[in-house]
Ligand binder design. Structure first.
Ligand code: SR1
Ligand code: MG
Length: 398
């Protein structure tokens, strides 16, 4: 019996033996295993040999890496591996190849993207990628429409929905995105002394805002539209000049399609604010273009997929397609607003903003919070503006 027939939390030594035992990637060469994860939940090991061959092993522990407060089922990595395979079946070029999903050791062995960079840090250091907007728009359209009731058979969708049910990680999002940032009664919110009065008046004291947030939370809990990624921020995207890869869908489940679109928009706005704060107007302009492209490519590809692939004759209606996309865009505005707010006030902040000097950080946080509030409360009105940037610019702090 091998040591890998019963789950235990592996360290670097164990991972080397594990990869040898489970795969035939490597010859007799000495292997090196390094834990390279910087996410909040799991461990990520790179295992490589001296010839430069490598794989990634993603592995879950019984608690979240960021804090023992979150006690979680280790099955999350299995769900993530399967979700990567489902999304990968629609966009193989935009996802890493999965080699093995191990239900015993709670591991996924997958392609190493060592020649890619994390999008968040790449954007913050001034890099640009010519296909990024199109790739992200295509990823969103393909994964969200192909897993919707327009394309999947109802029984197939419900079976997948059952397999992808994700109560623990959904609860984290329900708490961290939809509850805690709006209430001053938890230890996880953390803001500077100078931002605190703004958070008090803009968020904690605004009862109308809380109504809009409650409505959005109910949608998150009930709107099983598509198999969403669930955490599609710029730390979940790897890039180089020729390739974009979306990773880390451990928060995925059947939820509102606008959730992923809104997350992409929110985190690109963080990158935009970072570029502005650095006075890098070329980079800010590039990111503005990417945001506009993501939205435009998503819309045109989603409409095409709806027209070409809708299976159910009773859903095959041009007006229904148009209203469906419109509703996703509306939800995306609300979710972009919520995501911006939670990453400024709550647990799990973003380096685009935390890396700024205190006074510039305050300026950007206030501008982003006001912009985000508008998106949460007036998502329909946001459509009337020429672009989301004209709203954001209206809140510029002098
Ligand atoms: C406890 S995990 C905190 C956050 O990290 C992930 O990226 C998710 O966004 C989650 O909300
Ligand atoms: Mg993650």
């Amino acid at each position: 019996m091998s040591q890998f027939e019963e789950y235990f939390l592996m360290d670097e030594e164990a991972v080397k033996a594990y990869v040898r035992h489970k795969t035939e990637f490597f010859g007799s060469d000495e292997l090196i295993a390094t834990e390279i994860g910087d996410g909040n939940l799991n461990y990520v090991f790179r295992v490589e040999d001296s010839k430069g061959q490598s794989v990634i092993v993603k592995h879950s522990g019984r608690t979240a890496r960021i804090s023992d407060e979150f006690v979680l089922s280790t099955d999350r990595t299995i769900r993530e591996g399967k979700l990567l395979e489902v999304h990968g079946s629609f966009v193989p070029d935009l996802t890493p190849t999965v080699y093995l999903v191990d239900e015993t050791m709670k591991c996924v062995i997958m392609e190493d993207l060592a020649d890619h960079k994390i999008l968040r840090s790449a954007l913050n250091t001034g890099d640009s990628f010519p296909n990024l907007g199109e790739d992200l728009g295509r990823y969103l359209a393909e994964t969200l429409i192909n897993t919707s009731d327009f394309v999947l058979h109802p029984k197939e969708k419900k079976a997948l929905q059952q397999e992808m049910i994700n109560p623990e990680l959904c609860e984290i999002s329900e708490d961290l995105v939809y509850t805690e940032p709006f209430y001053d009664n938890n230890h996880r919110n953390e803001v500077s002394e100078t931002l605190a009065p703004f958070v008090q008046s803009l968020l904690y004291d605004d009862e109308e805002l809380k109504v809009a947030v409650a409505q959005a939370k109910l949608k998150f809990m009930n709107k099983a539209e598509a198999l969403i990624h669930g955490d599609l921020h710029t730390g979940s995207v790897f890039v180089n000049r020729d390739s974009t890869k979306v990773i880390d869908p451990e928060f995925g489940f059947f939820g509102p399609a606008g959730y992923d679109v809104g997350n992409v928009i929110a985190h690109l706005f963080f990158a935009y604010a970072h570029a502005e704060a650095q006075h890098d107007l070329t980079q800010a302009h590039y990111i503005e273009t990417v945001i506009n492209e993501v939205q435009a490519y998503f819309k045109s590809r989603a409409l095409k997929l709806l027209k070409d692939k809708t299976r159910d004759v009773s859903l095959k209606q041009e007006k229904v397609f148009a209203s469906y996309i419109r509703e996703i865009e509306r939800d995306a505005h609300v979710i972009a607003g919520l995501e911006i707010i939670r990453r400024i006030v709550g647990l799990a902040k973003v380096s685009d903003i935390t890396s700024l000097s205190a006074d510039v950080r305050l300026q950007k946080e206030v501008q982003l919070l006001k912009f985000a509030k508008f998106l949460v409360q007036y998502p329909e009105e946001a459509r009337v503006y020429p672009s989301l940037f004209s709203i954001y610019n209206d809140y510029e702090v002098q």
